[in-house]
Design a protein around this ligand. Structure first.
Ligand code: ARG
Length: 268
C-alpha cells in the first residue's frame, strides 16, 4: 500500500514537472516561432536578437552606449521589419550566444558568426549573408611575422569561442591568449602583451581605418574563407524560412546593397 502511494506521488511530481517544462517552452516560442497568431498585431511580435556588440563594423555601440550600430544590426532590423516583427537586441558574450539560443533566451544570434560544422550540429543557420575570413594584425615594427607560418612559437591574442581561437590552436607551440572581446585583443597587442592578433579581416581593416592607428598593420594573407550566417534554434525551421525569405527580398529590393554600401562602400 505504502509503495503504491509513493509511486503515485512520484508520478504526480513527474507530471507537474513535465507540465511546467512544456509551459516554459511555449512561452519562449510565442515570440518568434509562432506563425502569425490571429489575435496579435505585427507590433507585438518580437524577435529577440542576441549579439556581441564589440565587433565593428558588424555590431558595436556608439560612444554613449545607446544604440546598436553596424552592418549586422541594420540588416537584422531590416529583416525583422520585413517579417513584421519588432527587433529587440541584447548584448551578450560571443561564447554565450549559442547557449542563449539553446536555452531559448533569444530567437536569433547575429554576430559576424561563421557557419561551420561544429555550430551546425547545435543550431540552424540562415543562408550565408556575408563572406569573410581571418587575417593577422601585428605591430608596425614587427619584421618577423609576415605569414600564418610565422606565428609558430609566438604569443597570439584571439577572442574566446571564435574561429580565430580554433585556427590558432593548430599552430605548433603557439602561446594563445584568449580574450572576451576583439577590442581586448587589439589592446593587448598595443600594450605589447602579444606578438599578433588573429581576427576577422573586415573587423581588422575597420579597426585600423577608424582608429587612424599608425602603430599596427594587417597582413595580406587570408587564412580562411568563411561565411557569416544568422543562427537560431535547431527546431526553428519556420523561423529560418521567414528569415531566408526576408533576406532574399532585401537583396532583390536593393536594401541589402544599401546597408552594405553604408558600412563597406560600394560592392566591387
Ligand atoms: N567570425 C568569427 C566566428 O564566428 C568571429 C565572430 C566574432 N563576433 C563578434 N561579434 N565578436 O567565430
Amino acid at each position: 500500500m505504502f509503495r503504491m502511494k509513493r509511486f503515485l506521488v512520484v508520478c504526480m511530481v513527474g507530471l507537474f514537472a513535465a507540465m511546467a517544462l512544456a509551459g516554459c517552452g511555449s512561452d519562449a516560442r510565442d515570440s518568434a516561432s509562432t506563425s502569425g497568431s490571429t489575435a496579435s498585431s505585427s507590433s507585438d511580435k518580437v524577435l529577440r536578437i542576441g549579439t556581441n556588440a564589440d565587433f565593428a563594423p558588424f555590431e558595436f555601440q556608439d560612444a554613449n552606449g545607446s544604440e546598436y550600430q553596424g552592418f549586422d544590426m541594420d540588416l537584422i532590423r531590416a529583416i525583422a521589419k520585413e517579417m513584421g516583427y519588432k527587433a529587440e537586441i541584447q548584448n551578450l558574450n560571443f561564447d554565450g550566444l549559442i547557449p542563449a539560443l539553446l536555452s531559448k533566451n533569444i530567437d536569433v544570434a547575429i554576430s559576424g558568426m561563421t557557419i561551420n560544422d561544429e555550430r551546425q550540429a547545435k543550431v540552424l543557420f540562415s543562408e550565408p549573408y556575408y563572406k569573410s575570413g581571418l587575417t593577422i594584425v601585428v605591430k608596425m615594427d614587427n619584421a618577423s611575422i609576415n605569414k600564418f607560418k610565422d606565428l609558430e612559437g609566438k604569443r597570439v591574442a584571439v577572442q574566446i569561442g571564435t574561429t580565430s581561437a580554433e585556427e590558432v590552436q593548430k599552430i605548433p607551440n603557439v602561446d594563445a591568449k584568449e580574450f572576451n572581446s576583439s577590442a581586448d585583443t587589439f589592446m593587448e597587442l598595443k600594450a605589447g602583451g602579444v606578438d599578433a592578433v588573429v581576427n576577422d579581416r573586415p573587423v581588422n581593416d575597420y579597426y585600423i581605418m577608424k582608429s587612424g592607428e599608425k602603430d599596427v598593420r594587417v597582413l595580406d594573407e587570408l587564412l580562411t574563407s568563411e561565411d557569416y550566417g544568422i543562427a537560431m534554434g535547431k527546431e526553428n525551421t519556420e523561423l529560418k524560412k521567414k528569415i531566408d525569405d526576408a533576406l532574399t527580398k532585401l537583396k532583390q529590393s536593393g536594401e541589402y546593397d544599401k546597408i552594405y554600401a553604408k558600412w563597406f562602400g560600394e560592392k566591387k
